[in-house]
Design a protein around this ligand. Sequence first.
Ligand code: TYC
Length: 113
Amino acid sequence: MPLQPVMMTDNSDDDTDLGVLTKTRPKTQRPPRYKVLLLNDDYTPMEFVVMVLERFFGMTHAQAFEIMLTVHKKGLAVVGVFSHEIAETKVAQVMDFARRHQHPLQCTMEKED
Ligand code: TYC
């Protein structure tokens, strides 16, 4: 049998070469998240804390009451996890609202692990 001539095509100047994918996976840093913590004290009324959780953290009355009781019993609770900027805003809103009502309620933030 005579061999047929084979025409090799050159794809060096087009985009058809799938090649061998040597994928590198650069570590994409996701922005750090911050826990907003509410602290217990002996003076802030329970109803005020419930109002704070409804108003600034979008909780239902039932959710807010439950979290308030957790803070009351355990000393503190995480009430939300946010970007640095949002967490800072929430803390400022709560601290300002408490100060205006002359309650010693404390709210802080800490970086998530
Ligand atoms: N311990 C308060 C009281 O008995 C209630 C309270 C709950 C205060 C949660 C602060 O973050 C707080 N009136």
